[in-house]
Design a protein around this ligand. Structure first.
Ligand SMILES: [Cu+2]
Length: 255
């Protein structure tokens, strides 16, 4: 009788509801609406230009403001032309960025990552980025929000095919601004390939950058409260066992 009470499914369901499985938030790659709109506009502009530089018209080598070969692509490189608000180059900065699945390992809810997620430079810096892709799928390093009179679609863009590196240079304006950097391959930003380039004092952090800023809508699925999750799992397991046992016991007593 006591065993039957202990296995009372109603009591177990109540107990399992009382166990709170919510745990500490993970980092998901939420974006703010402005960034989403900007990225979507850039995609539309890029697709408008596709017939100009894509579809084999230029083949390998230079094409407008894009260089493309078997190893990847550099788009909108600018080594010499100063932004209108810069009197000169304040400093030359060299950045090496690695991309790959292994860089996602420290961060929950991510699958891809950069080895760094924030870079700080002075206004009017000339920045040379060497981007190395350690995976076997394509990855991009794309900066948004640059002045459109220098950078079509307001972006500078490196893309490295699996196992290759690409190097490109661009010059940032003089204003304090935080630029979104991401990989635009499907779902890669949402899965961790998101970073920020801070020029001068920046203009405020971008949310949900792995290891840098928190998500505004954190993931509430349990990952941290291991004991509570174990208790919930045990309770569900016991219920699954108790219901058929009770049914069989009733059936037997009726015979
Ligand atoms: Cu990627």
């Amino acid at each position: 009788m006591k065993i039957k009470q202990a296995l009372n499914p109603l009591a177990l369901v109540t107990a399992s509801i009382m166990v709170n499985p919510w745990s500490q938030p993970g980092v998901n790659a939420e974006q703010n609406p402005f960034q989403l709109e900007e990225i979507e506009n850039n995609r539309l502009l890029a697709s408008d230009n596709e017939g100009m530089c894509g579809e084999g018209r230029c083949g390998e080598g230079a094409c407008g403001n894009m260089t493309l070969d078997m190893e990847g692509m550099v788009m909108n490189e600018n080594r010499d032309e100063l932004p209108l608000d810069c009197r000169g180059i304040s400093e030359d900065v060299e950045i090496s960025v690695s991309a790959g699945k292994k860089y996602a390992e420290p961060y929950p809810d991510t699958a891809f990552g950069f080895d760094q997620h924030q870079w700080n430079v002075k206004p009017c810096s000339r920045i040379t980025v060497t981007y190395t892709n350690e995976d076997n799928v394509r990855h991009q390093w794309m900066v948004h929000g640059l002045p459109s009179y220098l950078y079509p679609q307001s972006m500078f863009h490196l893309e490295a095919n699996g196992g290759y590196s690409k190097t490109g240079t661009f010059i940032v304006p003089s204003d304090d601004k935080t630029y979104l950097v991401h990989c635009d391959m499907a779902a890669h930003m949402e899965k961790g390939m998101k970073a920020q380039l801070v020029v001068g004092k920046g203009s405020g952090d971008i949310p949900a950058i792995p290891g840098v800023t928190a998500a505004r809508n954190p993931n509430l699925y349990g990952k941290g409260n291991g004991i509570l999750n174990w208790l919930l799992g045990i309770a569900i397991g016991v219920i699954s066992f108790a219901v058929p046992v009770k049914y069989l016991a009733r059936k037997q007593s009726a015979l």
